[in-house]
Design a binder for this molecule. Structure first.
Ligand SMILES: CC(C)(COP(=O)(O)OP(=O)(O)OC[C@H]1O[C@@H](n2cnc3c(N)ncnc32)[C@H](O)[C@@H]1OP(=O)(O)O)[C@@H](O)C(=O)NCCC(=O)NCCS
Length: 187
């Protein structure tokens, strides 16, 4: 059983260990420039747990997407190497996007492997007029509209957005509820 909860400050050491294993070199990425000094968007950082083991993480961040205005940057998302391919990444993506949509956010952008994110509706066509503050392979830079037309015709530079009003994590845990999900197969 996989449980997805809002991230808490207590998740920090396990999340860092997980990401160091799943995404070595993540601190060098262009998107890191948009995250540095920021906090995740309030209520939009999630941890996937299998019992007492952190097996996945995803965070979303406020950005200003050029002429499209307020948007979210998704990433990093990571799943423990020994737990990849079991559906945990999909659960995290579905949960994060559903929560972002329910909160009224209009669009999400990310940089990642296009074949993976296309299955969630992301497309590089939606970010074709936008630029990031560093090098990026265009086909890996993708967007998703949570509100139809939110990224239509968007041009300009993506900049770090406002810092979330809260501290970016929910000390009390699953403030917005917990998703209980069966794995495709035992991890
Ligand atoms: C990318 C990642 C978050 C996906 O999570 P996951 O739990 O392994 O993925 P899921 O089990 O939900 O989905 C598996 C499916 O996604 C595909 N997939 C996984 N990683 C992929 C990738 N990098 N590119 C394309 N497809 C990918 C698998 O082939 C599988 O396809 P299928 O359903 O048709 O069999 C996870 O594998 C991870 O942390 N990888 C290391 C970091 C990484 O490679 N990031 C690249 C994306 S930016």
């Amino acid at each position: 059983m996989i449980v997805i909860r809002n991230e808490t400050a207590l998740d920090f050491p396990a999340r860092e260990t997980l990401l160091d294993r799943a995404l070595p070199g993540r601190h060098l990425k262009t998107c890191e420039k948009l995250r540095r000094g920021q906090r995740p968007a309030d209520g939009l950082a999630f941890s996937a747990w299998q019992g007492a083991r952190l097996v996945g993480t995803v965070r979303l961040w406020h950005v200003e997407a050029g002429s499209a205005g307020d948007a979210l940057l998704l990433g990093p998302i990571g799943v423990l190497p020994e737990c990849q391919g079991l559906g945990i990444g999909t659960l995290l993506m579905d949960h994060a996007l559903a929560e972002a949509s329910a909160m009224g956010h209009r669009a999400v952008i990310l940089v990642g492997d296009a074949p993976y994110y296309e299955r969630f509706g992301f497309s590089s066509a939606l970010t074709a007029g936008l630029n990031l503050p560093g090098p990026v392979e265009r086909e890996r830079f993708q967007g998703l509209e949570l509100v139809a037309g939110a990224l239509a015709g968007a041009t300009g530079m993506v900049k770090a957005g406002r810092i979330a009003a809260g501290n970016g994590v929910d000390a009390g845990g699953d403030r917005r509820g917990t998703a209980l999900i069966e794995l495709r197969q035992a991890a």
